[in-house]
Design a protein around this ligand. Structure first.
Ligand code: TYM
Length: 344
């Protein structure tokens, strides 16, 4: 595995990230990724935020709802604070260079590298022989997403770390194989803060996920204040009061998770949260947590509803985003074609 920052890479700094348009987004998506995306707009001149619908068809495609869900996820980005004038917001399948570069990367990545991906093993479960080739190839498409823009920074949750290591390996091998040092940057994962790994409200060893059959395990971005309170009240904890410092969270994963959620939502560290709540019981902490969540998610959900009521306006934003994305990707893909030696 490569570990150096993209030190020699001389190109512009660029942020890229994406989310799948599957079901609704949840608190893990928001605190692990989206909230950081919004902040990064202040630090980077170019941020590209994609709705990854090509990834969404790797498991149970649903042509009836896919386009609508892509719009909804774009609405969530914007409602959370992504500014579509400053940042590029678009749907992956609208920019064909993603799939074109994936093919080239399929011929760079090694089977052994992709076979090691734990998310594939988790998603395929016992049915490895019967899942789509696309599900296996998922992380190679993800590498192409990032590198077709020569993006240097990728803000994601902890669960995407291994995929980004693969993207760095693919970039490095492409640069070596085609004798084009520094053609692709080695993209840097930005996995930040207490929100990077939000766990299930019912089981501190499982990540919060849209695929969990129980809705009580997660807070959805569109949950209202009442639902949030009910879910937080029923979240698994233990009978002891909160510890005085983050050190005391060891061995209490469910408590650590709730404190992490509070910290990430309020923009504090776990220690700061525990300075306020250390020694107090969950009867005090849980309603305070539900309150912080509802006051942050409430306005976002209201804005999502407003945006979703006007699909035409969303489509105009997404078309403009796709054009701007393609204006970056097309010349890079043309360079790749030359490097690989395709006829032209
Ligand atoms: P997806 O759609 O599963 O998740 C979107 C983002 O949310 C983060 N996330 C979490 N963070 C903290 N705690 C959780 N419980 C949690 N659950 C999800 C994910 O880490 C992710 O950042 N493969 C990606 C989408 C993708 C992509 C890319 C990302 C496609 N191409 C290129 C970056 C760059 C995915 O499945 O995300």
């Amino acid at each position: 595995m490569t570990d150096a920052a993209p030190a020699q890479y001389k190109g512009p700094q660029r942020v890229f990230s994406g989310m799948q348009p599957t079901n609704g987004l949840h608190l893990g998506n928001y605190l692990g990724a989206l909230k950081n995306w919004v902040a990064l707009q202040e630090k980077f001149a170019e941020c590209i935020y994609c709705v990854v619908d090509l990834h969404a068809i790797t498991l149970e495609p649903d042509p009836q709802t896919l386009a609508a869900r892509s719009r909804e996820v774009a609405a969530a980005y914007i409602a959370a604070g992504v500014d579509p004038k400053k940042s590029i917001v678009f749907v992956q399948s609208a920019v064909r260079e993603h799939t074109e570069l994936t093919w080239v990367f399929n011929c760079v990545a090694r089977m052994g590298w992709v076979e090691r991906m734990t998310q594939f093993k988790d998603k395929a479960g016992k049915h490895e022989e019967r899942v789509s080739v696309g599900l296996f190839d998922y992380p190679v498409l993800m590498a192409a997403d990032v590198l077709v823009y020569k993006a240097t920074h990728v803000p994601v949750g902890e669960d995407q770390k291994q995929h980004l290591e693969l993207a760095r390996d693919i970039a490095q091998k492409f640069n070596n194989d085609f004798n084009t040092p520094d053609f692709f940057p080695l993209p840097e994962p930005l996995i930040q803060g207490p929100g990077a790994r939000i766990m299930s409200l019912r089981d501190g060893s499982k990540k919060m996920s849209k695929s969990d059959p129980s809705d009580m395990t997660r807070i959805n971005m569109v949950d209202d204040a009442d639902t949030i309170l009910q879910k937080i009240k029923k979240a698994t904890t233990d009978p002891n009061p909160l510890p005085e410092s983050a050190e005391g969270l060891k061995g209490r994963p469910e408590v650590e998770n709730l404190v992490g959620i509070y910290a990430a939502t309020a923009g504090k560290t776990a220690d700061e949260v525990l300075k306020e709540f250390g020694g107090k019981g969950f009867g005090v902490f849980k309603p305070a947590l539900a309150d912080v969540l509802a006051s942050q998610l409430g306005p976002i959900a209201a804005e999502m509803r407003r945006l979703n009521a006007d699909p035409g306006a969303l489509d105009a934003i997404l078309r403009d985003g796709a054009e701007r994305a393609q204006a970056i990707a097309a010349p890079i893909m043309a360079e790749v074609r030359d490097v690989v030696g395709f006829w032209r």
